[in-house]
Design a protein around this ligand. Structure first.
Ligand SMILES: [Fe+2]
Ligand SMILES: [Fe+2]
Length: 291
């Protein structure tokens, strides 16, 4: 469809728990039907597809996308969340049983990231096969504007002392380095650049020690480095999830949009309308409860 604006729908944190999760799967059908009837150009899902890191849940999402003709590189972008890569119960069980070294933990984690990327390879490279991973950049040339989606993995392995709930985030040095290369930055120069990761820059808490302890378990550890990379790319905005609230905020003039949680509210999503390189609007849309 040729229009003068680019319309992007953004959802996050589905936390699907198998095929018995019928109510949410029906809600997902309804949401995808709605996206097709509005005619969105692209859909972004910013992680936590599964609730307990089961590839079976990824498969359910893939089938839902396929059945709505959304499972195409230029139609949908998907990234992993901590719940796609870490099953806390299993981590604790194996940790207690085997007391693995952190190096082994890291290797197992890297394997899981790779498994996710191989599974969704078609949405990463447009090819069915391959093992390209993070970071990845999609440049889609629409009639009115070129959009670049720069996708980073912000999920960080579970470690008992440093990441006890597996929910803290960090963007690896390698990914940040890749995004600072001139060969990467040059093609982004004439694009509307959208940063994408799972973790929030801001976790809203209060000054109370309990809230601050909670913030610590959820935070993106190297958010300042991430911000520098965003500035270097001249990112127009960032899409994320993880902190289950539908919200938008600015950090040093860069808008961050939290796609909230489909699990928490399966009727709500974020809509982004981009009209040219310097113009966009964002709003949260709630579907009527009885459609
Ligand atoms: Fe989540
Ligand atoms: Fe998360």
């Amino acid at each position: 469809m040729i229009t003068s604006e680019v319309k992007i729908a953004h959802i996050s944190d589905l936390h699907i728990s198998g095929r018995k999760d019928r109510r949410y799967l029906n809600d997902l059908d309804r949401m995808f039907d709605h996206f097709n009837s509005v005619g969105y150009d692209h859909l972004v899902i910013s992680g936590d597809l599964s609730n307990s890191a089961h590839p079976g849940d990824w498969k359910i999402i893939r089938e839902k996308l396929e059945s709505h003709d959304l499972y195409h590189w230029d139609k949908t972008t998907v990234i992993a969340g901590n719940h796609d890569l870490t099953n806390l119960e299993e981590e604790l069980r194996f940790y207690n049983a085997l007391n693995p070294l952190s190096l082994l933990r890291k290797k197992a984690f890297d394997r899981k990231v790779k498994e996710f990327c191989v599974f969704f390879q078609e949405l990463i490279t447009g090819e069915e096969r391959g093992d390209q991973g993070f970071p990845f950049i999609k440049i889609i040339n629409y009639s009115s504007v070129k959009i670049a989606i720069v996708a980073l993995n912000s999920v960080y392995p579970w470690y008992p002392a440093d990441n006890p709930l597996g929910a803290r985030g960090s963007i690896s040095k390698g990914q940040l380095r890749a995004l600072s290369l001139e060969s990467v930055l040059a093609p982004l120069a004439d694009c509307f650049v959208i940063g994408l990761c799972h973790h929030a820059y801001k976790v809203y808490g209060t000054d109370s020690p309990i809230d601050q302890a909670f913030d610590w378990t959820m935070e993106l550890k190297n958010r300042e480095e991430f911000l520098e990379a965003l500035k270097l790319m001249h990112a127009k905005l960032v899409l994320h999830g993880h902190f289950h609230r539908f919200q938008s905020y600015k950090v040093q003039n860069i808008p961050f949009i939290n796609g909230g949680s489909f699990r928490y509210n399966p009727l709500c999503y974020s809509e982004l309308i981009i009209e040219g390189l310097d113009n966009f609007t964002q709003r949260f849309v709630t579907l009527p409860a009885n459609i």
